[in-house]
Design a protein around this ligand. Structure first.
Ligand code: URA
Length: 211
């Protein structure tokens, strides 16, 4: 794995859609739709260095060798529950990818991550993992999830979020300096409840309409 970097995805389409998602009056439907679209756009950047192999094909005119990806080698690992909101968009771009789930809840007193669910496809050692959670807040959940995933010795790990707080980046980077972070924005700070400011509120509640 490479040295960690923060990849700030500044593409105007990504920034535009993120602005719409931040608005407090965005409906559940539009928040979810925008998150799906953003996930597709960010997948483009995430998969930039994905290996390709050439296969022999026939165009209407002649035979040629042309590159394809092996989508099955990719695993999108959702940190429950908000990570699930990014899966549809990612799968539209890489439909053969496998899916993993890691369930962690944040202890409200300590803000530390506690695991309650863990399910990954087999043969993780042959696969590239992209761990997804829209919000990199304290960084504790992401760091704990990645510690757990590294025990399975995947070929590589990347982390994808929409918004990152500086402390979240520091925490994740300190625990896993080899894991690159892809984000659409780095916001100012966390409030006393661990929410990102200015942020977009509770991503899970906004995706699933639970508040
Ligand atoms: N999780 C969220 O959903 N929102 C935040 O601002 C921080 C963590």
């Amino acid at each position: 794995m490479t040295t960690a970097q923060v990849h700030h995805i500044t593409h105007p389409l990504v920034q535009h859609k993120l602005t719409l998602m931040r608005m407090k009056d965005a409906s559940t439907n539009s928040f979810r739709t925008l998150l799906g679209e953003l996930s597709m756009l960010m997948a483009y950047e995430l998969t930039r260095d994905m290996p390709t192999t050439e296969i022999e094909i026939e165009t209407p005119l002649e035979r040629m060798r042309s590159p394809v990806i092996d989508g099955k080698k990719l695993v999108f690992v959702s940190i429950l529950r908000a990570g699930n909101g990014m899966l549809d968009g990612l799968l539209r771009v890489v439909p053969n990818a496998r899916i993993g789930h890691v369930g962690l809840y944040r202890d409200p007193a300590t803000l530390q991550a506690v695991e309650y669910y863990f399910k990954l496809p087999d043969s993780v050692a042959e696969r590239d993992l992209i761990v997804v959670d829209p919000m990199l807040a304290t960084g504790n959940s992401a760091a704990a999830a990645i510690t757990r995933l590294k025990a399975l010795k995947p070929r590589s790990i990347k982390f994808l979020c929409l918004l990152a707080a500086p402390i979240g980046i520091q925490t994740l980077h300190a625990a896993h300096p080899d894991v690159p972070i892809y984000t659409a924005a780095v916001d100012r700070e966390l409030n006393d409840h661990g929410y990102i400011l200015p942020g977009l509120g509770d991503a899970g509640d906004r995706i699933f309409g639970t508040k």
